[in-house]
Design a protein around this ligand. Sequence first.
Ligand SMILES: NC(=O)C1=CN([C@@H]2O[C@H](COP(=O)(O)OP(=O)(O)OC[C@H]3O[C@@H](n4cnc5c(N)ncnc54)[C@H](OP(=O)(O)O)[C@@H]3O)[C@@H](O)[C@H]2O)C=CC1
Ligand SMILES: Cc1cn([C@H]2C[C@H](O)[C@@H](COP(=O)(O)OP(=O)(O)O[C@H]3O[C@@H](C)C(=O)[C@@H](O)[C@H]3O)O2)c(=O)[nH]c1=O
Length: 286
Amino acid sequence: MDKKRILVTGSKGQLGSELRVLSEGANWNFFFVDIDTLDITDENAVETFFIDKKINYCINCAAYTAVDQAENNQEAAYKVNVIGAEVLAKVTEKTNSVLFHISTDFVFGGEKLIPYNETDQTSPLSVYGKTKLEGEKAIEQNTKRYYIIRTAWLYSSFGNNFVKTMLNLAKTRDSLGIVVDQVGTPTYAKDLAQVILTIIEHDKEEYGVLHFSNEGVASWYDFAKTIFNIKDVKIEVKPISTFEYPTPAKRPQYSVMDKSKIKNTFNISIPYWQDSLINCLSLIES
Ligand SMILES: NC(=O)C1=CN([C@@H]2O[C@H](COP(=O)(O)OP(=O)(O)OC[C@H]3O[C@@H](n4cnc5c(N)ncnc54)[C@H](OP(=O)(O)O)[C@@H]3O)[C@@H](O)[C@H]2O)C=CC1
Ligand SMILES: Cc1cn([C@H]2C[C@H](O)[C@@H](COP(=O)(O)OP(=O)(O)O[C@H]3O[C@@H](C)C(=O)[C@@H](O)[C@H]3O)O2)c(=O)[nH]c1=O
């Protein structure tokens, strides 16, 4: 069989960067692009790229991910998260390739008390969440060969994320208030990247929506406390309510995801979030 030819869009972000590192150990042809080399909203450019490079898998890591800014930049968020997803779906369908698209726990409303599974009712609270949900729908309507992987609270030694925000704030602050009443699961982007490559390797063609995060449950407060404990940073962290930390975008109170489907279908085990956090923090200077 021909060697796999894998396009990674939005490759300068967290997930794309982790895929680049892992790709060095895989015997496949990878093509890493970002908005400066391939804008996913430009259908002609995307189609030409797929045909010229004979792409058979696309991992879409491109997105508008600034949750609060999206509230006042709806058009920009819609363009990447919906139009971009639709373009990739149309082109993968036309070229008989497979699309991996990444979505978010923020498609849920957060009203449940037990983990969300793939068929649970969505009801996003923010512009970011709404555009990500519309992006999912655009994919489902435009291609048969897709994996939509919903993940949560991504961090990495690459790019921007909550871990780096905490370590940066600790340089100038003696004390931080962090919300304790929003609960989810921190996820190391490297673990997600590894799972995507495992799915490609098995090539089981069991398409659809999947949930993936690390194992376990945490509030943002737990996440922050654990970052500082692991890094031995001395700072006071106060548990506060969402009400005490007003933000432009509303976030779900509970967005833990049920990962049974991805674990059973692809026979994977998932690392516990604190173990992965230790691994990632060993790569970040504080
Ligand atoms: N970050 C998180 O906590 C979570 C993320 N996700 C999802 O996971 C995926 C990966 O997220 P993450 O790695 O954090 O994302 P990042 O924000 O780190 O990276 C996204 C990349 O996409 C690029 N990009 C933006 N617009 C376009 C475009 N039109 N064409 C091509 N590239 C573009 C960005 O460039 P530039 O920086 O120049 O805009 C950036 O390099 C996204 O789909 C996101 O919605 C899901 C749950 C949690
Ligand atoms: C900086 C800071 C944040 N917070 C709160 C605000 C918010 O509720 C929570 C997380 O804040 P952030 O803005 O860093 O994270 P946020 O951008 O909301 O993270 C989300 O990003 C998108 C892309 C996703 O898809 C989600 O899964 C999720 O990871 O922490 C505090 O309570 N105190 C603080 O000092």
